[in-house]
Design a protein around this ligand. Structure first.
Ligand code: NAD
Length: 332
């Protein structure tokens, strides 16, 4: 049997890096493309190209000889970043995605997976912490997250048009807060689980950490190993409409902090900065369709996933000489 040749864009980023390893292990030939090399571990892609995918000629080069495209490249970050860079996000990600779809079609790729987001769901359904889990059809009537969410919703639509008009087999996954090792944990683009792990690791036992908002806002979180398995299952399925990929265990940010503090073995106090961006008040994934379509759903518990993530972030901070003397000495 000839080896399937896949392209992973965003392969220098968090999900793309893990997905590359997952696909290589399963026998695919993988080309990774990104603006940058992966930050924390070397790629094991068969070929890795550093290309700016906002540029049309680069998307043609990236998709040359490729059977299946996993399109994960995006200009994105946590809530602080996406609320303050709307024009840049829409500009960059729309260019990447419009060009990537057209280049995949022009080069004869058979399948194209687009990484969408729970940020497509309307604000008016997410104004309470005990939010009703979001079903795929709830995305309309639309009132997506400004900037980032609208670009995702627009591209979901364009994927459908490419499938209907040109026969390109598109798959659309809506991620809900993916976390895990090798994800950005500092610098302004990190998401809440990584930011909390970093703050807890840096805090002295008995110390205080700052939380954005009152901490009563709720989310559900999906561990990276489950995320890449779900992506692959969706690509292999014949399901063409958008599909949630997340867990449906709703926790408050305060509960998330408590879980991480327990993992770290630290008693900590919290202060709440109400001036910081918090995003929607509550968001959860309805996994009914995920279970029906993939006969599967994410299974890693938050405690297990966060424990692995925390240990990795703690290790990175230790390598960088950023942990308080007390903790470093205690572990030596
Ligand atoms: N992580 C999550 O919780 C989450 C949630 C919802 C949706 N998503 C989506 O999943 C995908 C992957 O997210 P991630 O968490 O791995 O993010 P990430 O930021 O770690 O990875 C995205 C990668 O895209 C690359 N990129 C940006 N602009 C580029 C360009 N012009 N050309 C080439 N590469 C470029 C970045 O360098 C980065 O490595 C994105 O589309 C994101 O919107 C992620």
């Amino acid at each position: 049997m000839t080896q399937v040749r896949v392209l992973v864009t965003g392969a220098g980023g968090f999900i793309g890096h893990h997905l590359t390893s997952y696909l290589v292990e399963r026998g695919y030939w993988v080309r990774g493309v990104d603006l940058k090399q992966p930050e924390y571990a070397a790629t094991n892609a068969h070929e890795f190209l550093q290309l700016d995918l906002r540029r049309w000629e680069n998307t043609l080069r990236a998709t040359e000889g490729i059977d299946e495209v996993y399109n994960l490249a995006a200009n994105m970050g946590g809530i602080g970043f996406i609320e303050s860079h709307k024009a840049e996000i829409m500009h960059d990600s729309a260019l990447i995605n419009l060009h990537m779809l057209e280049a995949a079609r022009a080069n004869g790729a058979a399948r194209f997976l687009f990484s969408s987001s729970a940020c497509v769901y309307p604000g008016y359904l997410q104004d309470s912490p005990d939010v009703t889990p979001l079903k795929e059809e709830d995305a309309y009537p639309a009132d997506a997250e400004d900037g980032y969410g609208w670009e995702k919703l627009f591209m979901e639509r364009q994927c459908r048009h490419y499938r209907e008009d040109y026969g390109l087999q598109t798959r659309i996954v809506r991620f809900h807060n993916v976390y895990g090792e090798l994800g950005t944990y500092d610098g302004g683009r990190e998401k809440s689980p990584a930011a909390i792990c970093r703050k807890v690791a840096l805090a002295e036992p008995g110390g205080t950490i700052e939380i954005w908002g009152d901490g009563q806002q709720t989310r559900s979180y999906c561990y990276i190993a489950d995320c890449v398995e779900g992506i692959h299952r969706l690509m292999r399925s014949d399901y063409v409409d958008p599909l949630n990929l997340g867990t449906d265990r709703l926790v408050t940010i305060n509960e998330l902090v408590d879980i991480v503090a327990k993992i770290a073995g630290k008693q900590l106090h919290r202060t709440h900065d109400l001036s910081k961006p918090q995003g929607v008040r509550g968001r959860n994934s309805d996994n009914t369709r995920l279970r029906e379509v993939l006969k599967w759903e994410p299974a890693t518990s938050l405690e297990k996933g966060l424990s692995r993530t925390y240990r990795w972030i703690e290790g990175e901070l230790q390598k960088a000489g950023r942990l308080p003397q007390l903790v470093t000495a205690g572990r030596a």
